[in-house]
Design a protein around this ligand. Structure first.
Ligand code: NDP
Ligand code: OXD
Length: 308
């Protein structure tokens, strides 16, 4: 009964150490050292190998090493093999740091000032009070709600948009596609924390940007596939949007010469907003394995129909 890990190798070494310490009887292997494939019962992966079910005929459970699962083609996983996403506090902590930093950077015009610095321009911009800068979060799941909770202390008016209804103290919540224009019309800094599904692919497009107040700012920490890149460039060039912070892109890494690399109104980071923290992730994985062996419900289990 082996656990096979196929993701970042530096963190993988840390996983191996933690497994040896906390579950010494459970064999743990790092890809590509898979050992006997018939022994692999649990797979923890960022990018899954092809043909998982055929390669590992006794596989019982697959974990995404991240919070998102769009990198898995769930239709290729037989129905008896659940896919579980990482629900561990390390991901949330790191996302809160990054997304708060990015919202504040957008609020305080950092993207403009970086561009000015490159041009050797010393020029102030008027400061907007936090109370006058409305922050709207798309996706009120684990991370979206946690971010709104963290942003409260800065005094931004807060809004949220979600598929199913939410009631969050201090946040004006909007539900469903019909309420999207209303939500956008009141949002000065838009944060995307949606999962990537067939419904949300390309949602950050020209039509959506047109509903935002002119000069609004965008933070995309969801997935690159949420954003229509050409529409973002056009919106920034025409002043519909004034700045964007992007942590995710499609494809990753972005090819040389892609306009995001050099656009003066874009701050780009290489998908580092958050990463799974080995200490808490191993604890989560061991807990899910134990529940699975007892035949209990699994936290983080992906709903095949919703795709997240
Ligand atoms: P959750 O599953 O907890 O939350 C997702 C939320 O999005 C849910 O509230 C869900 O609504 C809502 N949603 C889904 N589809 C739609 C839709 N069509 N319209 C409106 N709302 C919708 O996920 P997390 O908060 O944990 O993570 C969100 C995403 O963040 C991940 O999927 C991943 O892509 C990204 N991420 C990025 C990282 C990075 O480093 N850049 C790190 C970690 C995550 P409902 O309540 O109805 O289910
Ligand atoms: C994740 C990510 O989904 O790092 O956890 O993007």
């Amino acid at each position: 009964m082996t656990v096979l890990y196929k993701a970042n190798m530096v963190r993988g070494a840390e996983w191996a150490r933690l497994f040896a310490e906390r579950a010494p009887d459970l064999p743990f292997r790092l890809w590509p050292d898979i050992g006997d494939p018939t022994e692999v019962r649990y797979l923890v992966a960022w990018m899954p190998p092809d043909d998982i079910a055929k390669s590992f005929p006794n596989l019982e459970l697959v974990f995404s090493v991240g919070a998102g699962v769009d990198q898995f083609d769930i239709t290729k996983l037989p129905p008896h093999i659940p896919l579980v996403r990482m629900l561990e506090p390390g991901i949330t902590e790191r996302m809160l740091e990054y997304a708060s930093m990015a919202v504040l950077a957008l609020h305080r015009d950092l993207v403009h000032f970086i561009a000015q610095q490159r041009e050797q321009v010393w020029r102030e911009l008027p400061v907007t009070q936090t109370g006058e800068r409305r922050v709207g979060v798309m996706g009120l799941g684990l991370l979206g709600q946690a971010l709104l909770g963290r942003l409260k202390s800065f005094g931004f008016p807060l809004l949220g948009w979600n598929r199913s209804p939410r009631s969050i103290a201090g946040v004006t919540c909007f539900v469903g596609a019909g309420a999207l224009p209303d939500f956008l019309g009141q949002t000065d800094i838009l944060v995307c924390l949606l999962p990537l599904t067939s419904e949300t692919r390309g949602i950050l497009n020209a039509n959506l940007f047109a509903h935002l107040p002119r000069g609004a700012r965008l933070l995309n920490v969801g997935r690159g596939g949420h954003l229509v890149g050409a529409d973002l460039i056009a919106a920034l060039d025409s002043g519909v949007l004034s700045a964007a912070v992007l942590d995710v892109a499609e494809p990753e890494p972005l090819p040389a010469g892609h306009p995001f690399w050099s656009h003066p109104r874009i701050l780009l980071t290489p998908h580092i907003a958050s990463t799974t923290k080995p200490e808490t992730a191993v604890e989560f994985v061991l807990d899910v394995i134990a529940r699975h062996r007892r035949g209990e419900a699994l936290p983080g289990r992906v709903d095949r129909d919703r795709g997240y």
